[in-house]
Design a protein around this ligand. Structure first.
Ligand code: UDX
Length: 431
């Protein structure tokens, strides 16, 4: 068992810290936000991630939280960097938080290994290596160990991963990082530092491409009468393609896909490479939420003075994360067209990037849709399957439902009296 310092108490840092503690390590998580650290010390988890609170509680005697980098590093043999790398105005990742952690490592008495969990552009590992050497820390080994955890399923993804990627120049460092993961059910793939860095962004870019591809096919389905849900099932049955990430919708969002796709494009641009395929993915996805509003506008014959309910605001279910959520684009577009917008989300009180400045908050789906001209299902929260849609149709005037995630059964919604629009399927109406 090892003493570990984790830098960053966001989604990745907390999941990493709690899971490493679950594997038996002693983990001190360091963050620079006093309120966050205070809350964690009281046993409160500042983000919503299913199972995280329970995992932290279960491993309380092996987990510490601090503001002080020295305290985090007092006993640590290994430090994990789990800080965020947000986009800059050029699309390149902002690595300032990473460099600040590297600075903090100076003088760490027992540190032997630095592990990069944060998503960084290819080549960052080399730069960190040089910085460590220049700071008299040539003895500290370096590994890239990218995360492939999705919000909502992060703990399962960490403890039962498809692969554990370890990128290191020194086999002893790879061995140590692999050993830290002992107890996890998943294959370790050892590669170079640059390959590990590239594999992370390439995986996210390919997943984003898959989603975007099915969204493009969906648009053609709408124009031709094919049903994208049926098409996706058939395509996904080919084992070379697989069934995942073929759900058409109002576009991908979140803290990773949009940022990582742009960062990869920036990295390539910096090498003089244009990456037209990835560029198209980014552009098509940017259009996807706007296209939904355009379809709604055309169906309603204009949006000025209309009242529209947005159902589900987070970028996907089982998270409180609003980063790059399609709902924000849809709300802003509706407002700029002169509509009034109400909204419902099960995470209402703790949503990040508070959307309630734009959207009138309602505490139930029925309250949100009451007297609305249209309801738009933006995020496929499972609760939306259990709504009394017959009642919802009643409290709306001439009920129109735009199912932006193809969550509901078209025939059933028509029976309730809805005109039912969805993505990649023909619009259906009551007789
Ligand atoms: C993603 C990666 O899955 C994860 O490996 C990486 O570490 C971080 O980025 P996350 O952003 O949490 O995780 O969510 P994910 O479930 O992958 O969904 C990303 C976006 O794509 C969401 O907006 C989701 O709604 C959308 N999506 C996903 C679709 O529109 N259709 C699909 O079929 C799948």
């Amino acid at each position: 068992m090892h003493n570990i310092a984790v830098f960053g108490a966001g989604y990745i840092g907390l999941v990493t810290g709690a899971c490493l503690a679950q594997l038996g390590h002693r983990v001190t998580v360091r963050d620079i936000q006093p309120r966050r650290v205070d809350a964690l010390r009281r046993g409160e988890v500042p983000i919503y991630e299913p199972g995280l609170g329970e995992l932290i509680a279960e491993n309380w005697e092996r987990l510490w939280f601090t503001l002080d980098a020295r305290e985090a590093l007092r006993a640590a043999e290994v430090a994990f960097i789990c800080v965020d790398t947000p986009p800059t105005s050029s699309g390149d990742a902002d690595l300032s938080r990473i460099w600040s952690v590297v600075e903090d490592l100076r003088g760490a008495p027992r540190l032997t290994t630095l592990v990069m969990k944060s998503t960084v552009p290819v080549g960052t590992g080399d730069q960190v290596r040089s910085a460590l050497d220049a700071a008299g820390m040539a003895h500290v080994g370096y590994a890239s160990n990218p995360e492939f955890t999705a919000e909502g399923t992060a703990i399962r993804d960490f403890l039962k991963p498809d692969r554990i990627v370890v990128g290191a120049a020194d086999p002893a460092v790879s061995d140590l990082v692999a050993e830290l993961h002992r107890g996890i059910d998943g294959p370790v793939q050892t590669v170079s530092v640059a390959s590990a860095e590239m594999a992370k962004v390439a995986s996210n870019a390919l997943l984003a491409t898959k989603v975007t591809f099915i969204n493009e096919i969906a648009a053609v389905c709408e124009a031709t009468g094919a049903d994208v849900e049926e098409v996706a099932v058939v395509v996904g049955l080919d084992h070379r393609l697989g069934p995942h990430f073929l759900r058409a919708g109002v576009g991908y969002g979140g803290s990773c896909f949009p940022k990582d796709a742009r960062a990869l494009r920036a990295t390539a641009s910096n090498c003089g490479l244009p990456l037209p395929l990835l560029g198209a993915v980014i552009e098509i996805n940017d259009l996807q939420a706007r296209r939904a509003v355009a379809r709604l506008k055309s169906q309603l014959g204009g949006l000025r003075g209309r009242r529209v309910a947005l159902l589900g605001l987070t970028f996907k279910p089982d998270t409180d994360d609003m980063r790059q959520a399609p709902s924000a684009v849809i709300a802003a577009r509706l407002l700029s067209e002169g509509a009034t917008v109400t909204g419902w989300d099960p995470m209402a009180p703790q949503l990040t990037d508070n959307p309630w400045d734009l959207v009138e908050r309602k505490d139930s789906v029925l309250a949100a849709v009451a007297d609305c001209d249209a309801a738009v299902l933006v995020t496929e929260w499972p609760e939306l399957k259990d709504v009394d849609w017959g009642k919802a149709a009643e409290v709306m005037g001439d009920p129109l439902l735009f199912d932006g995630r193809n969550l509901l059964d078209p025939a059933e919604q028509v029976r309730h009296g809805f005109t039912y629009m969805s993505v990649g399927r023909l619009t259906v109406r009551p007789d």
